[in-house]
Design a protein around this ligand. Sequence first.
Ligand code: SAJ
Length: 401
Amino acid sequence: MKAVFMGLGYIGLPTATVAAGKGLQVVGVDINEKVIETINQGQIHIVEPGLQQLVQSVVEAGNLRASLFPEEADVFLIVVPTPFKGGNHEPDITYVTAATQAVIPYLKEGDLYIIESTSPVGTTEKMMQLIYAERPELKGKIYIAYCPERVLPGNVLYELEHNDRVIGGINKESTEKAVQFYSRFVKGNLHKTNSRTAEMCKLTENSSRDVQIAFANELSLICDKAGINVWELIELANKHPRVNILQPGCGVGGHCIAVDPYFITADFPVESQLIAKSREINNYKSFWCAEKIKNAILEFELKSKRKPVVAIMGLAFKPNIDDLRESPAKYIAQKVMQAELDGLLIVEPNISEHPVFKLTNYKEAYEKADIVTFLVAHNEFKTLPWTDDKVILDFCGIFKK
Ligand code: SAJ
């Protein structure tokens, strides 16, 4: 069986590689020439544990080849990004459309076409119409399905194989065909549905998490005003057998949880009140943290008649990773940089250097700062001793104190 993967990014490359590792003939297609070159040399352009070795072995074995152009195959997978249009929160499916258009000339009777990219509801049907408009002779003769990825960066190779997957075809035959395909390299259960439900399922998973984090963040705002320790409160509430509240933080970042809910709110603005409000609350939480820090700086100045040294503890979008993209901590750090200070010490133990931020060791920053702001709950920070000598703004529950 031969498969063409359109898109060799964070999901496309690992999936193509795992499939190639199971003996499929895989051609990975990307628009970036440098990416093609790198992969064909058995190297990779992204960070993911274990991936480089696996890419090298499947490239050497001749099972994975990267190319700028698609070619004839039995299966075509669309694994390209779905960003927003311009500055607003309208999903942009141009890449999915372009990748689909690129494979249309190579489709033949019996082929399977699958979209994995996170997509607005109805995208698979739209692509079906596009395919049939250009190749009417294929109507009813090819299989079309949607199957979202669910992997966690950092644990992609394991999760690709072991996570359950939701597979939705445009008809029963397409679902069955796609299930057969994924069963070649996925050990998790393959759940069958239709394409619209599968599309919505991906958006639902990440929106559900966003809404739950918004609840925790809202509690943190209420508790701050009420003089209650939110960490203790949540721990106690979670002792109830049917309550499981997540943790508040300095906002929600990353490329999925803070993005996917907009794919629902853009298409269902009247119905998706709670989902939209949760996005607002999680965004507001970052702004609120920045304001809290600015107020602490002013208070310190009034009290001590000098400007403080401030430590920003953590820049990544979540604990124990080196990924700063779409990070609320980075947004807050940038806001604090605008204040007049005696010194700003920025800490991110998971990276060694950064073009914009001059980084300081976490112990040194903690020792030197007058105001310490914990933005990300990295493990290193949890080893620091509590002190009453400093102003500590703990937005992520390092001390739970
Ligand atoms: N966060 C909190 N409080 C919490 C948990 C998380 O504030 O209690 C914050 C994190 O600090 C971070 C953000 O939420 O800023 C998102 O982190 P995450 O670990 O929830 O999610 P991602 O973006 O790393 O990965 C998610 C996963 N989806 C779910 O858990 C439902 C992953 O399985 C998906 O594959 C991925 O999105 C994706 O690609 O959609």
